[in-house]
Design a protein around this ligand. Sequence first.
Ligand code: ADP
Length: 366
Amino acid sequence: KRRIGVMTSGGDAPGMNGCVRAVVRMSIARGCEAYGIYEGYEGLVQGGKLIKQMKWSDVRGWLSEGGTLIGTARCAAFRERPGRLQAAKNLIVHGIDALVICGGDGSLTGADILRDEWQGLLKELVSNKELNQDQVEPFKHLNIVGMVGSIDNDMSLTDATIGCYSSLSRICEMVDVIDSTASSHQRAFVIEVMGRHCGWLALMAGVSTGADFVFMPEKPPSENWEAQMCSLVSKHRKLGKRKTIVIIAEGAQDRSLNKIPPTKVKDLLSNELGLDTRITTLGHVQRGGSPCAYDRQLSTLQGVEAVQAVLDATPETPTPVISVIENKIVRKGLIEAVKATHEVTNAIKAKNFDRAMLLRDAEFVE
Ligand code: ADP
Protein backbone atom coordinates (compact mmCIF):
# COMPACT_ATOMS: atom_id res chain seq x y z
CA LYS A 1 0.00 0.00 0.00
CA ARG A 2 1.51 3.32 -1.05
CA ARG A 3 1.72 6.06 1.52
CA ILE A 4 1.39 9.59 0.18
CA GLY A 5 2.35 12.60 2.30
CA VAL A 6 0.70 15.96 1.79
CA MET A 7 1.93 19.30 3.10
CA THR A 8 1.42 23.03 2.69
CA SER A 9 4.43 25.34 2.77
CA GLY A 10 5.41 28.98 2.34
CA GLY A 11 2.79 31.72 2.57
CA ASP A 12 -0.75 30.47 3.20
CA ALA A 13 -3.33 30.84 0.47
CA PRO A 14 -7.09 30.22 0.33
CA GLY A 15 -7.64 26.84 -1.31
CA MET A 16 -4.75 25.04 0.39
CA ASN A 17 -7.24 23.07 2.51
CA GLY A 18 -9.03 22.05 -0.67
CA CYS A 19 -5.70 20.62 -1.92
CA VAL A 20 -5.16 18.61 1.25
CA ARG A 21 -8.74 17.35 1.19
CA ALA A 22 -8.49 16.27 -2.45
CA VAL A 23 -5.11 14.57 -1.99
CA VAL A 24 -6.27 12.70 1.13
CA ARG A 25 -9.50 11.49 -0.42
CA MET A 26 -8.09 10.66 -3.84
CA SER A 27 -5.24 8.72 -2.18
CA ILE A 28 -7.75 6.68 -0.19
CA ALA A 29 -9.97 6.20 -3.24
CA ARG A 30 -6.96 4.78 -5.10
CA GLY A 31 -6.12 2.33 -2.32
CA CYS A 32 -3.26 4.36 -0.81
CA GLU A 33 -2.80 5.79 2.66
CA ALA A 34 -2.56 9.54 3.17
CA TYR A 35 -0.36 11.33 5.69
CA GLY A 36 -0.64 14.96 6.68
CA ILE A 37 2.69 16.67 7.34
CA TYR A 38 1.99 19.56 9.71
CA GLU A 39 3.73 22.96 9.81
CA GLY A 40 5.40 22.71 6.40
CA TYR A 41 9.02 21.51 6.29
CA GLU A 42 9.20 21.94 10.07
CA GLY A 43 6.97 18.86 10.33
CA LEU A 44 9.12 16.91 7.93
CA VAL A 45 12.31 17.75 9.83
CA GLN A 46 10.86 17.21 13.31
CA GLY A 47 8.63 14.23 12.50
CA GLY A 48 6.88 12.64 15.48
CA LYS A 49 3.44 14.07 16.10
CA LEU A 50 3.75 16.41 13.12
CA ILE A 51 3.26 13.51 10.69
CA LYS A 52 -0.18 11.93 11.01
CA GLN A 53 -2.24 9.53 8.97
CA MET A 54 -5.37 11.22 7.64
CA LYS A 55 -8.64 9.43 7.10
CA TRP A 56 -11.52 10.37 4.82
CA SER A 57 -13.47 12.09 7.59
CA ASP A 58 -10.44 14.05 8.87
CA VAL A 59 -10.82 16.52 6.01
CA ARG A 60 -14.59 16.87 6.16
CA GLY A 61 -15.68 20.50 5.72
CA TRP A 62 -12.21 21.67 4.69
CA LEU A 63 -13.18 22.93 1.25
CA SER A 64 -14.61 26.20 2.54
CA GLU A 65 -11.97 26.87 5.21
CA GLY A 66 -9.42 29.64 4.67
CA GLY A 67 -5.69 29.45 5.43
CA THR A 68 -4.20 26.02 5.91
CA LEU A 69 -5.47 23.76 8.70
CA ILE A 70 -2.30 21.61 8.68
CA GLY A 71 -0.22 24.74 9.22
CA THR A 72 2.68 26.23 7.33
CA ALA A 73 6.03 27.63 8.42
CA ARG A 74 9.32 28.92 7.14
CA CYS A 75 11.92 26.30 8.04
CA ALA A 76 15.60 27.26 7.97
CA ALA A 77 16.76 23.72 8.84
CA PHE A 78 15.36 22.27 5.61
CA ARG A 79 17.56 24.61 3.57
CA GLU A 80 20.62 22.69 4.86
CA ARG A 81 21.51 19.08 4.11
CA PRO A 82 21.40 17.88 7.76
CA GLY A 83 17.78 19.09 7.96
CA ARG A 84 16.93 17.20 4.78
CA LEU A 85 18.67 14.09 6.14
CA GLN A 86 16.37 14.24 9.14
CA ALA A 87 13.40 14.75 6.78
CA ALA A 88 14.36 11.66 4.75
CA LYS A 89 14.59 9.59 7.91
CA ASN A 90 11.16 10.73 9.10
CA LEU A 91 9.61 9.89 5.75
CA ILE A 92 11.05 6.37 5.82
CA VAL A 93 10.08 5.81 9.45
CA HIS A 94 6.49 6.62 8.45
CA GLY A 95 6.73 4.56 5.27
CA ILE A 96 6.05 7.57 3.02
CA ASP A 97 7.57 7.48 -0.48
CA ALA A 98 5.63 10.23 -2.21
CA LEU A 99 5.04 13.85 -1.27
CA VAL A 100 2.50 16.27 -2.64
CA ILE A 101 3.39 19.83 -1.74
CA CYS A 102 1.28 22.93 -2.11
CA GLY A 103 3.44 26.03 -1.84
CA GLY A 104 5.33 28.72 -3.69
CA ASP A 105 8.45 28.43 -5.84
CA GLY A 106 10.74 28.28 -2.78
CA SER A 107 8.88 25.33 -1.30
CA LEU A 108 8.73 23.48 -4.59
CA THR A 109 12.44 24.04 -5.24
CA GLY A 110 13.21 22.65 -1.77
CA ALA A 111 11.15 19.54 -2.49
CA ASP A 112 12.97 18.86 -5.72
CA ILE A 113 16.32 19.20 -3.94
CA LEU A 114 15.18 16.52 -1.48
CA ARG A 115 14.27 14.25 -4.35
CA ASP A 116 17.62 14.90 -6.05
CA GLU A 117 19.58 14.04 -2.93
CA TRP A 118 17.36 11.11 -1.95
CA GLN A 119 19.69 8.17 -2.77
CA GLY A 120 22.65 9.95 -1.16
CA LEU A 121 20.62 10.70 1.96
CA LEU A 122 19.58 7.04 2.29
CA LYS A 123 23.20 5.90 2.00
CA GLU A 124 24.17 8.39 4.68
CA LEU A 125 21.37 7.21 7.00
CA VAL A 126 22.63 3.62 6.63
CA SER A 127 26.32 4.50 7.08
CA ASN A 128 25.41 6.63 10.16
CA LYS A 129 23.57 3.54 11.45
CA GLU A 130 20.41 5.62 11.88
CA LEU A 131 18.58 3.11 9.70
CA ASN A 132 19.58 -0.31 8.37
CA GLN A 133 19.72 -1.47 4.77
CA ASP A 134 16.48 -3.47 5.08
CA GLN A 135 14.62 -0.38 6.25
CA VAL A 136 15.74 1.82 3.34
CA GLU A 137 15.53 -0.90 0.66
CA PRO A 138 11.83 -0.35 -0.25
CA PHE A 139 12.34 3.44 -0.59
CA LYS A 140 14.58 3.67 -3.63
CA HIS A 141 12.78 6.68 -5.09
CA LEU A 142 10.92 9.63 -3.69
CA ASN A 143 8.09 10.98 -5.83
CA ILE A 144 7.41 14.67 -5.54
CA VAL A 145 4.42 16.44 -7.05
CA GLY A 146 3.98 20.20 -6.71
CA MET A 147 0.87 22.36 -6.64
CA VAL A 148 1.21 26.11 -6.59
CA GLY A 149 -0.47 27.82 -3.68
CA SER A 150 0.03 31.58 -3.61
CA ILE A 151 -2.22 34.61 -3.57
CA ASP A 152 0.29 36.46 -5.77
CA ASN A 153 -0.21 34.46 -9.01
CA ASP A 154 3.55 34.76 -9.38
CA MET A 155 4.37 31.34 -10.86
CA SER A 156 5.04 30.86 -14.56
CA LEU A 157 3.65 27.98 -16.64
CA THR A 158 0.28 28.15 -14.94
CA ASP A 159 -2.52 30.63 -15.58
CA ALA A 160 -3.61 30.79 -11.95
CA THR A 161 -2.10 29.82 -8.63
CA ILE A 162 -4.37 28.43 -5.92
CA GLY A 163 -5.59 31.42 -3.89
CA CYS A 164 -5.08 34.27 -6.35
CA TYR A 165 -8.73 34.59 -7.36
CA SER A 166 -9.91 34.56 -3.74
CA SER A 167 -7.47 37.34 -2.98
CA LEU A 168 -8.50 39.31 -6.06
CA SER A 169 -12.17 39.01 -5.09
CA ARG A 170 -11.42 40.25 -1.60
CA ILE A 171 -9.47 43.22 -2.98
CA CYS A 172 -12.34 44.14 -5.31
CA GLU A 173 -14.80 43.91 -2.47
CA MET A 174 -12.61 46.22 -0.35
CA VAL A 175 -12.11 48.72 -3.17
CA ASP A 176 -15.89 48.83 -3.66
CA VAL A 177 -16.26 49.57 0.05
CA ILE A 178 -13.74 52.39 -0.18
CA ASP A 179 -15.37 53.68 -3.40
CA SER A 180 -18.58 54.55 -1.62
CA THR A 181 -16.92 56.62 1.07
CA ALA A 182 -14.49 58.18 -1.43
CA SER A 183 -17.37 59.33 -3.67
CA SER A 184 -19.29 60.77 -0.74
CA HIS A 185 -16.43 63.11 0.19
CA GLN A 186 -14.92 63.39 -3.31
CA ARG A 187 -11.70 61.92 -1.88
CA ALA A 188 -8.76 60.16 -3.45
CA PHE A 189 -7.46 56.84 -2.13
CA VAL A 190 -4.12 55.21 -2.71
CA ILE A 191 -4.69 51.51 -2.08
CA GLU A 192 -1.70 49.24 -1.54
CA VAL A 193 -2.17 45.59 -2.45
CA MET A 194 0.02 42.50 -1.97
CA GLY A 195 1.83 40.50 -4.63
CA ARG A 196 5.53 40.63 -3.68
CA HIS A 197 7.42 40.95 -6.99
CA CYS A 198 4.31 40.30 -9.03
CA GLY A 199 1.82 42.93 -10.20
CA TRP A 200 -1.00 40.56 -11.13
CA LEU A 201 -3.20 41.39 -8.12
CA ALA A 202 -2.70 45.14 -8.61
CA LEU A 203 -3.29 45.02 -12.36
CA MET A 204 -6.36 42.79 -12.20
CA ALA A 205 -7.79 44.74 -9.27
CA GLY A 206 -7.35 47.91 -11.33
CA VAL A 207 -9.11 46.36 -14.31
CA SER A 208 -11.89 44.92 -12.14
CA THR A 209 -12.66 48.14 -10.27
CA GLY A 210 -11.97 50.76 -12.93
CA ALA A 211 -9.13 52.36 -10.98
CA ASP A 212 -7.66 55.62 -12.28
CA PHE A 213 -4.03 54.47 -12.16
CA VAL A 214 -2.12 51.26 -11.35
CA PHE A 215 1.50 50.85 -10.27
CA MET A 216 3.10 47.43 -10.76
CA PRO A 217 6.69 46.10 -10.74
CA GLU A 218 6.75 44.56 -14.23
CA LYS A 219 5.70 47.73 -16.00
CA PRO A 220 6.94 50.81 -14.19
CA PRO A 221 5.32 54.09 -15.23
CA SER A 222 7.02 56.44 -17.70
CA GLU A 223 9.83 58.76 -16.55
CA ASN A 224 7.41 61.68 -16.15
CA TRP A 225 4.78 59.60 -14.39
CA GLU A 226 4.08 62.26 -11.78
CA ALA A 227 2.78 64.72 -14.38
CA GLN A 228 1.10 61.94 -16.36
CA MET A 229 -0.82 60.60 -13.35
CA CYS A 230 -1.89 64.07 -12.23
CA SER A 231 -3.13 65.05 -15.67
CA LEU A 232 -5.07 61.79 -16.02
CA VAL A 233 -6.66 62.12 -12.61
CA SER A 234 -7.65 65.75 -13.19
CA LYS A 235 -9.09 64.78 -16.59
CA HIS A 236 -11.22 62.10 -14.89
CA ARG A 237 -12.36 64.66 -12.32
CA LYS A 238 -13.28 67.16 -15.03
CA LEU A 239 -15.41 64.44 -16.64
CA GLY A 240 -17.43 64.33 -13.44
CA LYS A 241 -15.78 61.54 -11.45
CA ARG A 242 -16.24 62.18 -7.72
CA LYS A 243 -13.51 59.83 -6.50
CA THR A 244 -10.00 58.79 -7.39
CA ILE A 245 -8.61 55.30 -6.86
CA VAL A 246 -4.93 54.55 -7.39
CA ILE A 247 -3.85 50.95 -6.87
CA ILE A 248 -0.25 50.35 -5.97
CA ALA A 249 1.42 46.94 -5.79
CA GLU A 250 3.64 46.39 -2.76
CA GLY A 251 6.53 45.80 -5.19
CA ALA A 252 5.87 48.92 -7.27
CA GLN A 253 8.96 50.68 -8.55
CA ASP A 254 10.00 53.29 -11.09
CA ARG A 255 12.08 52.68 -14.23
CA SER A 256 15.30 53.03 -12.19
CA LEU A 257 14.01 50.29 -9.85
CA ASN A 258 13.48 52.67 -6.93
CA LYS A 259 10.49 51.73 -4.81
CA ILE A 260 7.46 54.00 -5.29
CA PRO A 261 6.01 54.46 -1.82
CA PRO A 262 2.26 55.10 -1.44
CA THR A 263 3.13 58.27 0.53
CA LYS A 264 4.77 59.75 -2.57
CA VAL A 265 1.63 59.15 -4.64
CA LYS A 266 -0.56 60.56 -1.88
CA ASP A 267 1.57 63.73 -1.59
CA LEU A 268 1.31 64.32 -5.32
CA LEU A 269 -2.48 63.98 -5.34
CA SER A 270 -2.78 66.24 -2.27
CA ASN A 271 -0.24 68.90 -3.18
CA GLU A 272 -0.52 69.05 -6.98
CA LEU A 273 -4.26 68.49 -7.32
CA GLY A 274 -5.51 69.60 -3.91
CA LEU A 275 -7.36 66.32 -3.40
CA ASP A 276 -8.17 65.09 0.09
CA THR A 277 -6.17 61.86 -0.18
CA ARG A 278 -5.89 58.84 2.11
CA ILE A 279 -3.76 55.73 2.00
CA THR A 280 -5.27 52.31 2.68
CA THR A 281 -2.98 49.30 3.00
CA LEU A 282 -5.27 46.32 2.61
CA GLY A 283 -2.88 43.94 4.38
CA HIS A 284 -3.81 40.45 5.47
CA VAL A 285 -7.52 40.66 4.63
CA GLN A 286 -6.22 39.77 1.15
CA ARG A 287 -4.80 36.50 2.39
CA GLY A 288 -7.24 35.02 4.88
CA GLY A 289 -10.84 33.95 4.68
CA SER A 290 -12.89 31.49 2.74
CA PRO A 291 -11.71 30.52 -0.76
CA CYS A 292 -13.86 31.60 -3.71
CA ALA A 293 -15.60 28.99 -5.86
CA TYR A 294 -12.80 29.00 -8.43
CA ASP A 295 -10.13 28.19 -5.83
CA ARG A 296 -12.25 25.37 -4.40
CA GLN A 297 -12.61 23.91 -7.85
CA LEU A 298 -8.97 24.43 -8.82
CA SER A 299 -7.57 22.92 -5.62
CA THR A 300 -9.86 19.91 -5.90
CA LEU A 301 -9.13 19.18 -9.56
CA GLN A 302 -5.39 19.73 -9.06
CA GLY A 303 -5.32 17.57 -5.93
CA VAL A 304 -6.91 14.72 -7.85
CA GLU A 305 -4.41 15.16 -10.68
CA ALA A 306 -1.50 15.28 -8.20
CA VAL A 307 -2.33 11.84 -6.80
CA GLN A 308 -2.73 10.51 -10.33
CA ALA A 309 0.71 11.95 -11.14
CA VAL A 310 2.20 10.15 -8.12
CA LEU A 311 0.73 6.85 -9.31
CA ASP A 312 1.88 7.39 -12.90
CA ALA A 313 5.46 8.35 -11.99
CA THR A 314 8.42 6.21 -12.94
CA PRO A 315 11.95 6.83 -11.57
CA GLU A 316 12.70 8.68 -14.82
CA THR A 317 9.71 11.05 -14.68
CA PRO A 318 10.89 14.60 -13.97
CA THR A 319 9.09 16.17 -11.00
CA PRO A 320 5.77 17.59 -12.18
CA VAL A 321 3.89 20.64 -11.03
CA ILE A 322 0.14 20.63 -11.57
CA SER A 323 -0.90 23.67 -13.61
CA VAL A 324 -3.98 25.11 -15.20
CA ILE A 325 -3.56 26.34 -18.74
CA GLU A 326 -6.49 27.56 -20.82
CA ASN A 327 -8.85 25.93 -18.36
CA LYS A 328 -7.25 22.48 -18.56
CA ILE A 329 -5.51 20.84 -15.62
CA VAL A 330 -2.09 19.81 -16.95
CA ARG A 331 1.30 18.64 -15.70
CA LYS A 332 4.36 20.78 -16.32
CA GLY A 333 8.00 20.31 -15.34
CA LEU A 334 8.56 21.76 -11.88
CA ILE A 335 12.10 22.86 -12.64
CA GLU A 336 11.01 24.56 -15.89
CA ALA A 337 8.23 26.39 -14.06
CA VAL A 338 10.59 27.64 -11.34
CA LYS A 339 13.15 28.65 -13.96
CA ALA A 340 10.57 30.52 -16.03
CA THR A 341 9.42 32.31 -12.87
CA HIS A 342 12.96 33.45 -12.10
CA GLU A 343 13.29 34.71 -15.67
CA VAL A 344 10.56 37.27 -14.99
CA THR A 345 12.36 38.60 -11.92
CA ASN A 346 15.62 38.68 -13.88
CA ALA A 347 13.97 40.61 -16.71
CA ILE A 348 12.70 43.19 -14.21
CA LYS A 349 16.16 43.47 -12.62
CA ALA A 350 17.65 43.97 -16.09
CA LYS A 351 15.01 46.69 -16.71
CA ASN A 352 13.70 44.68 -19.64
CA PHE A 353 10.11 45.51 -18.81
CA ASP A 354 8.54 44.49 -22.12
CA ARG A 355 10.01 41.03 -21.69
CA ALA A 356 8.76 40.88 -18.11
CA MET A 357 5.22 41.65 -19.27
CA LEU A 358 5.51 39.12 -22.08
CA LEU A 359 6.69 36.43 -19.68
CA ARG A 360 3.84 37.27 -17.32
CA ASP A 361 1.41 36.90 -20.24
CA ALA A 362 0.30 40.48 -19.60
CA GLU A 363 1.60 42.12 -22.73
CA PHE A 364 -1.95 43.33 -23.48
CA VAL A 365 -1.48 46.22 -21.04
CA GLU A 366 -0.68 49.65 -22.40
P1 ADP B 1 7.40 30.03 -0.99
O1 ADP B 1 7.27 28.54 -1.05
O2 ADP B 1 6.06 30.69 -0.76
O3 ADP B 1 8.17 30.60 -2.15
P2 ADP B 1 9.71 30.34 0.79
O4 ADP B 1 10.63 30.72 -0.31
O5 ADP B 1 9.77 31.08 2.08
O6 ADP B 1 8.17 30.39 0.38
O7 ADP B 1 9.97 28.79 1.10
C1 ADP B 1 9.26 28.11 2.12
C2 ADP B 1 10.19 27.08 2.76
O8 ADP B 1 10.66 26.16 1.75
C3 ADP B 1 11.46 27.66 3.38
O9 ADP B 1 11.25 28.12 4.68
C4 ADP B 1 12.38 26.47 3.33
O10 ADP B 1 12.12 25.58 4.40
C5 ADP B 1 11.99 25.77 2.03
N1 ADP B 1 12.88 26.21 0.92
C6 ADP B 1 12.80 27.31 0.16
N2 ADP B 1 13.81 27.40 -0.73
C7 ADP B 1 14.57 26.30 -0.50
C8 ADP B 1 15.78 25.78 -1.09
N3 ADP B 1 16.41 26.41 -2.08
N4 ADP B 1 16.30 24.63 -0.59
C9 ADP B 1 15.67 23.98 0.40
N5 ADP B 1 14.54 24.41 0.98
C10 ADP B 1 13.99 25.54 0.56
